[in-house]
Design a protein around this ligand. Structure first.
Ligand code: NAD
Length: 369
């Protein structure tokens, strides 16, 4: 029996459509190898949506996103839309879709492909075999807390304010996602905060502990101050399995961890929300990189981050672990055979265009699948 999944594809701006074309080819290849059918609908987001609908995210597109099993996004942004009012800028489309779908957990893997060990800024023995998952809380904390703003004081100086707030529910739901991931991995969660200096950090630690004691006692939980975690990530990154942390610390720690493994063109991400009435978790998958206006239109962008984001979609939205691993293994094989896009190229490598990289990965998927 064929299972059908509804995918909303939003290629966006710049290199977004270029890399997304390769994802769609990979999706079609996975359909051929499995009993799954993807009902794909395409629409616009960001600058492309502004050009077509006069807004970076139309109500109609949002409705489609809410009705799909998962959303695949390319990237948004570009100088063409620099002079628009702030509320109409391409990036607002992205922020809005994340908010409307209530995507509260951002997953960023730091996975070092054997073929890319040499590209890390750390010694090969520190990153070889590295496989960390960082879970960042995405919809709360200091980026959203009130009061906020800049005000003038009576002495003529100015004061800037942002507020870190978290409540029980916000902490427990993201902790649960981290534990569920660890359950399928190496069963170890490290929770990071600054409970030595922040009350919100004390609450964070207590609530993560509560979820652990009541629901996931069989897993290992440790707590670490976020500044120590930043240090441990470059000292001995392989000590970690799943790291869960708040919005601000997660922003920084996930960038740090991701760059242990090489280039921006290789980094996927997933954003997950609550499980809906049909038992589907709201989800959006996108590369970490932006629309790369400096190389857009040249056919040289690396499609791997987007293809790996699709692999995350197969695993975390559809439970297709085998197909997801197949994509990851194929990417590793292609890179280890010296096929690289311009951003990764070394002396003895073969330089592939975006399209050639997509084709090469598909060729290997078919061979291994
Ligand atoms: P960027 O990620 O677009 O590019 C940074 C550098 O990395 C550039 O030199 C680019 O050529 C290179 N690069 C990025 N992705 C690549 C790929 N797949 N293959 C090869 N090289 C790649 O970041 P930026 O230049 O700071 O931002 C450009 C635009 O993208 C801005 O409008 C920004 O707001 C937007 N942006 C969007 C997102 C998103 O959609 N999630 C994220 C970051 C930036």
């Amino acid at each position: 029996m064929t299972t059908s999944y509804k995918l909303l594809v939003l290629p966006g701006d710049g290199i977004g459509p270029e890399v997304m074309s390769e994802v769609l080819k990979v999706a079609s290849c996975i359909e051929d190898l499995s009993s799954v059918n993807f009902e794909i609908e395409q629409d616009e987001i960001g600058g492309a949506a502004y050009d077509k609908y006069g807004t970076p995210l139309s109500e109609e597109t949002l409705k489609k996103a809410k009705n799909s099993h998962a959303v695949l996004l390319g990237a948004v942004g570009g100088s063409k839309w620099d002079n628009l009012d702030f509320s109409l800028k391409p990036e607002q489309g992205l922020l809005r879709i994340r908010k409307e779908l209530d995507l509260y957990a951002n997953l960023r893997p730091a996975l070092c492909f054997e073929s890319m060990v040499g590209a890390s800024s750390l010694k090969p023995e520190l990153v070889s075999g590295l496989d960390i998952m960082i879970v960042r809380e995405l919809t709360g904390g200091v980026y959203f807390g009130e009061p906020r703003g800049i005000k003038e004081l009576s002495d003529g100086t100015r004061q800037g304010t942002n507020t870190q707030t978290y409540n029980t529910n916000e902490i427990r739901r993201v902790a649960r996602i981290a534990f569920e991931l660890a359950q399928k991995r190496n069963k170890k969660v490290t929770s990071c905060e600054k409970s030595n200096v922040m009350e919100s950090g004390i609450l964070w630690r207590e609530e993560v502990e509560h979820v652990h004691q009541n629901e996931f006692k069989d897993l290992e939980l440790s707590h670490m101050y976020a500044d120590n975690c930043a240090m441990q990530l470059v000292r001995n990154p392989k000590q970690f399995d799943v790291i869960v942390t708040d919005n601000l610390f997660g922003d920084i720690l996930s960038d740090e961890a991701a760059m242990l493994t090489g280039s921006l063109g290789m980094l996927p991400s997933a954003s997950l929300g609550a499980i809906d009435e049909n038992n589907f978790r709201k989800s959006l998958y996108e590369p970490v990189h932006g629309s790369a206006p400096d190389i857009s239109g040249q056919g040289i962008a690396n499609p791997i981050a987007s293809i790996l984001s699709f692999a995350m979609c197969l695993k975390y939205s559809f439970g297709m672990d085998h197909e997801s691993d197949l994509i990851n293994n194929s990417v590793n094989k292609v890179l280890s055979e010296g096929f690289k896009t311009a951003d990764l190229i070394g002396d003895d490598d073969k330089n592939l265009s975006t399209e050639e990289m997509g084709n090469q990965i598909i060729k290997v998927i078919k061979g291994l699948g």
